[in-house]
Ligand binder design. Structure first.
Ligand code: BEZ
Length: 210
């Protein structure tokens, strides 16, 4: 069975472009984005890893580390790093796991036989500081991911962990949010100030300050 939201993210030891790591030790105290790609020296993957490198400071602001995985060997990853910089404009600044044994791929169910071969599809796992899986995404090999969306989701997860609110469709940071159904409108007014009750179950309020 695949990994479900709320599961503990499986731990592993793996060789990466930044040395051998124990995953839980490597991410200790941080959020992590663990994401797989099908193969090195391929066009979509090169743009994805370049974009992740470019967004490194944005992930760091959110106490989030990124780590990529594919079943290609370490020497291949190291050789590819120059292309990632050429295409994306930023040095590779996060580790890529060399998962030749497919240990990580199997632990996280990243190989989908219907997608053509024995390489990983484009999986994303957002994992919190307590090592709980908080979001999963799976994209086919032909479609590159939107890394701004990954940042947006981290913002939403961190916000909804900090206050009894949810984020509506297409929310972006700074926009109004929804009061948790578990909170009465009276209590919400005490906690948040202004509350706009559109339906008994849909109450808007300004995004709480962090
Ligand atoms: C790519 O990164 O461009 C790619 C890799 C594997 C299959 C299809 C596309």
């Amino acid at each position: 069975m695949g990994i479900r939201l709320g599961d503990e993210a499986p731990n592993f030891t793996a060789d990466t472009t930044e040395g051998t790591i124990d995953f839980h030790e490597w991410k200790a105290g941080s959020w992590a984005v663990l994401f797989s790609h099908p193969a090195d020296f391929t066009p979509v993957c090169t743009t994805e890893l370049g974009r992740t490198a470019e967004l490194n400071a944005e992930f760091a602001k959110r106490n989030t580390k990124t780590i990529a995985v594919s079943v290609d060997p370490l020497e291949s990853h190291k050789g590819w790093a120059g292309d990632i910089k050429d295409v994306g404009g930023t040095d590779l600044n996060f580790p890529i796991i060399a998962d030749e044994s497919r240990n990580v791929a199997h632990l996280y169910d990243m190989i989908h036989p219907g997608e053509g071969d024995t390489s990983t599809v484009r999986s994303v796992f957002i994992i919190d500081p307590n090592n709980k899986v908080r979001l999963t995404l799976t994209y086919p090999k032909s479609v590159g991911r939107n890394f701004d969306e990954i940042l947006r989701v981290i913002d939403a997860l961190q916000l909804t962990d900090s206050a009894p609110v949810s984020t509506p469709a297409d929310w972006t940071p700074g926009e109004r949010v929804i009061v948790s159904p578990a909170m009465s409108t009276e209590d919400a007014k005490v906690r948040f100030g202004e509350v706009d009750e559109v339906k008994p179950y849909l109450r808007w309020t300004a995004q709480p300050k962090g």
